[in-house]
Design a protein around this ligand. Structure first.
Ligand code: FAD
Length: 453
């Protein structure tokens, strides 16, 4: 079978692949995007379960960079509502003990004894030059607040020693002032106070609207890439097709991209084996009980299996039913857990919190495993990650998205990462291989087509 030829091939149409595709389509660059599934969205998809649009992983939209805000404004067929954050951290295992998020603004609401503990923590001082994430987090939120609830939550999410994670693992933590333990610190706009969510259809309404911006023939679904040959610049698909590319953009998880590289050097394969991650069971249920007045709650207490519960019937598809989604991290060796055990922990936790009462069972339940849930950025990974990205880049392969670049990213940052990959594709000297090697640049630009020949 003769290989098809495309100046740019994109692997994966999650939000990062979509961001890249939209940026290339706007510049008139011919490309084809190959997606394994039957529709776009990746992890930002939603499924109707019991008539309720549950997200694959519970998603809300925060921390929106300007170029993503501009993109949202251009989308047709989707409307975003803004919701008050209404999230919080549950201290212990009682729903009555919740510090509303951002906790940095609400510490003064805590009982006096707890606040005294937080203030005492300040005597231990904050590290000015943190050597790891644990020290960074303690310095940002104060040693007392860190021990009381931040550490427990952060341990349950990645299931990995926080001391082995570099201090710049995340930039999402706002600084707490000692003053905020005693008096309200209103007036500051914190990132978590409000979020956006599609008015209907779950989070998937976002990638579906993004996909509608693409020239139709440029997105090919049911097309799984199984092998990449950097020397011949060919991607092979599960159906036996071969696709020749000038530039390749991949949003596949980085270890999956390396696994598909034919004859990848041994050191690159070894580096890929260094990339650690944590898997997540996402458990959805509709329960009979009343809907708690929260959108998202975090649970540092080790007695509860889940680290987070979301109540999507507070946003998105509103109604009287109480839809609840739990997230439980696991890993085959560091924290083994079967889906049945996870479902049991979820049930027990809901009962303990009083969300399920007495002998009640959830009306409906589904468990989904997200294999690459949280990417782990730890001291041992940095050099390996850099080496893989450099090797791929030297072979005309650009990586984008949370899993493609192996960095903690929310949806907006993953979209931007896709747009950045498009800019890298267009940058010199690669531009020559797009427009010269295949000669499709001008043709694609005029026709807005995919440039296949
Ligand atoms: C539990 C959880 C909760 C989260 N909550 C939030 C939140 O509240 N807010 C937020 O903004 N972000 C959240 N995120 C992060 C967000 O999901 C990611 O940043 C974003 O979805 C990453 O998009 P992506 O396109 O980079 O990757 P993906 O969504 O993984 O897309 C990759 C695409 O590649 C396709 N693919 C895979 N293999 C192949 C192959 N061989 N050939 C062709 N195609 C292939 C996949 O089908 C998929 O469509 C959460 C993540 C998780 C796991």
């Amino acid at each position: 079978m003769k290989a098809q030829e495309h100046p740019v091939v994109i692997l994966g149409l999650g939000v990062s692949g979509l961001g890249c595709s939209i940026a290339l389509a706007r510049r008139g660059v011919p490309f084809v995007a190959l997606e394994r599934e039957d529709r776009a969205g990746g992890l930002a998809k939603s499924d109707m379960v019991g008539g309720f649009p549950f997200d694959y992983g519970p998603h809300v939209l925060l921390q929106m960079p300007e170029e993503v805000k501009a993109l949202l404004g251009e989308l047709d067929g989707v409307r975003f509502n803004e919701y008050p954050g209404r999230s919080g951290i549950v201290l212990g295992t009682r729903m009555e003990e919740v510090v509303p998020a951002p906790f940095q603004l609400h510490l003064h609401q805590l009982p006096v004894a707890t606040r005294a503990r937080l203030a005492l923590g300040e005597w231990r001082g904050r590290s000015a030059t943190p050597a790891n994430y644990a020290e960074y987090a303690a310095a940002q939120c104060g040693p007392g607040a860190y021990e009381l609830f931040v550490r427990g939550y952060d341990l349950k999410r990645p299931r990995f020693p926080l001391e082995e994670i570099p201090p710049d693992w995340t930039t999402r933590m706002e600084r707490t002032s000692l003053r905020s333990i005693f008096v309200p610190t209103n007036g500051q706009e914190h990132r978590e106070q409000r979020f956006l969510y599609p008015a209907a259809g779950g989070i998937e309404a976002l990638p579906q609207a993004m996909a509608r911006l693409l020239p139709e023939a440029c997105a090919r679904y049911g097309s799984e890439a199984v092998e990449i040959e950097p020397e011949t610049q060919v991607a092979r698909l599960a159906n036996g097709e071969a696709v020749r590319y000038g530039q390749l953009v991949t949003s596949l998880p980085l270890p999956e991209t390396v696994a598909r590289i034919r004859n990848a050097p041994a050191e690159v394969r070894r580096a890929a084996a260094d990339l650690l991650y944590t898997s997540v069971y996402v458990i959805n249920a509709i329960v009979a009980g009343p809907l708690p007045p929260w959108s998202i709650l975090r649970f540092p207490d080790p007695a509860l299996g889940f680290y987070r519960l979301s109540f999507p019937s507070q946003y998105g598809a509103k109604g009287t039913q109480c839809a609840v989604t739990g997230e439980i991290s696991h890993h085959p060796t560091r924290h083994p857990l079967s889906p049945q055990q996870a479902a049991r922990q979820f049930h027990e936790g809901l009962k303990r919190l009083g969300i399920l009462r007495g002998g009640e069972r959830a009306v409906l339940e589904s468990v989904r495993n997200i294999a690459y849930g949280h990417v782990l950025y730890y001291h041992g990974t940095q050099a390996s990650r850099r080496m893989i990205l450099d090797y791929l880049r030297a072979h005309g392969i650009h990586c984008c998205g949370k899993y493609g670049r192996w960095r903690d990213m929310l949806i907006p940052q993953s979209i931007v990462s896709g747009m950045e990959a498009a800019r890298a594709v267009l940058s010199e000297p690669q531009r020559d291989s797009i427009c010269g090697l295949f000669g499709g640049g001008q043709r694609g630009r005029r026709q807005g087509g995919c440039g296949s020949r």
